[in-house]
Design a protein around this ligand. Structure first.
Ligand code: SAH
Ligand code: SF4
Length: 362
């Protein structure tokens, strides 16, 4: 057994029920206990996820008596936004305070034709990647499905998200989503439900450090998000040094799992590649990266390292980024560079940390 087969701890159950983030089953149980008819579930589901109400008085499809009872007995508490830090590039980093006082972070990134939300899946992370601020915190606990959905609703509410504007979700905040796959898939069912947020599965991307057992399990799900893999190094020696998960599932095991992952027509796996100067950014790395990414339908996303305090790595030279891009293009692999948003407010990839040893610097 490897350390990541064991589930991370869960939050203690709340003392009072909280409707925010419940799925249909949860709402059914709640309204059954109230002796209410089954159609309440649909009304409340729509109120929670389509209208995204913040208090019971807004549920005008319900009788006054029922609203009063709900107000008295059931919380409607989305994750509290404890702090919001806008970046010069238009994105905003939000710190959410959860019911047990733990904090996670999410980032709201508006683009011309869509809004992308970067979400956390765990408090901390068990994977221990050496270049990542979250990894240095260790794992505190899994987020529940309600907390995952709650980040989305809280950010859409905070930014008065206009009806009809497309939303993309990326699980690239704190945590390893495939180490919390049960709650992730429960959240996915709520997020994609046509009566609520109605986010199409193809607009949701889960990024993994390469938990092969989780990749295989995700591949068996009938409806699932898109997959991104954080490759970050091209030899087992280098990858095992910066990503301990590689000591359990090496590059060969990983590429086999990705090649076996059932893709829809036109779908590609995103290969994320963090460029660490002098560690993972040589031209040989570029050639091996191209070879790895050619083994399955893919596109490569190069991510210049985002510095944070005490990390001990440096971002690559600009010229090297260009050279690596050229190499991938030569191999006919679609490639982009992630100019991480929110860098000035430490909201960029791998800079998200809470309750860690130190605050990150942007
Ligand atoms: N745990 C998942 C998702 C969260 S990390 C994963 O590892 O894929 C999201 C992305 O940020 C990953 O591709 C990770 O490699 C990258 N990342 C982590 N720390 C970084 C840093 N300091 N600079 C740039 N990218 C970083
Ligand atoms: Fe966890 Fe991803 Fe950071 Fe690795 S890069 S420690 S998997 S959050």
């Amino acid at each position: 057994m490897n350390p990541w087969d064991a589930d991370a701890p869960e939050a203690a159950p709340p003392s009072r029920p909280n409707a925010a983030g419940l799925d249909r089953e949860g709402l059914k149980a709640l309204f059954q206990s109230f002796g209410e008819p089954a159609f309440r579930v649909q009304q409340v589901f729509e109120g929670l996820y389509r209208q995204r109400h913040g208090d019971w008085s807004a549920f005008t499809t319900l009788s006054k008596t029922l609203r009063a009872r709900l107000e008295a007995e059931v919380d409607l508490a989305w994750p509290e936004i404890a702090e919001s830090v806008p970046s010069q590039d238009g994105s905003t980093k939000h710190a959410f305070r959860l019911a047990d006082g733990r904090m996670v972070e999410g980032v709201h990134m508006p683009y011309e034709d869509r809004t992308t939300l970067c979400l956390s899946s765990q408090v901390g992370c068990a994977m221990g990647c050496t270049f990542c601020a979250t990894g240095r915190m260790g794992i505190v606990r899994n987020l529940g499905a309600a907390e995952i959905v709650g980040q989305v609703v809280a950010m859409l509410r905070a930014h008065a998200h206009p009806e009809g504007r497309p939303v993309n979700l990326v699980f690239m905040g704190m945590g390893e989503p495939l180490h919390n796959l049960d709650q992730l898939m429960a959240a996915f069912a709520i997020l994609t439900d046509a009566s609520g947020l109605a986010i199409p599965p193809r607009r949701i991307t889960v990024s993994t450090s390469g938990l092969v057992s989780g990749i295989a399990r995700l591949g068996t799900c009938a409806s699932r998000p898109r997959l991104a893999l954080s490759l970050n190094a091209t030899t087992d020696e280098a990858r095992s040094r910066i990503m301990p998960v590689n000591r359990v599932w090496n590059l060969e095991a990983l590429s086999q799992a990705l090649a076996a992952f059932p893709l829809q027509s036109g779908e590609r796996i995103t290969v994320e590649y963090v460029l660490l100067k002098g560690v993972t950014d040589s031209l040989e790395d570029g050639r091996r990266l191209a070879a790895f990414a050619s083994r399955f339908p893919s596109k490569v996303n190069l991510i210049p390292f985002n510095p944070h305090e005490g990390a001990g790595f440096e971002p690559p030279e600009e010229a090297r980024i260009g050279a690596l891009m050229g190499l991938l293009v030569e191999h006919r692999i679609p490639v982009s560079v992630r100019r991480s948003r929110g860098q000035d407010v430490a909201g960029a990839c791998g800079q998200l940390v809470r309750e860690g040893r130190s605050r990150t610097v942007g």
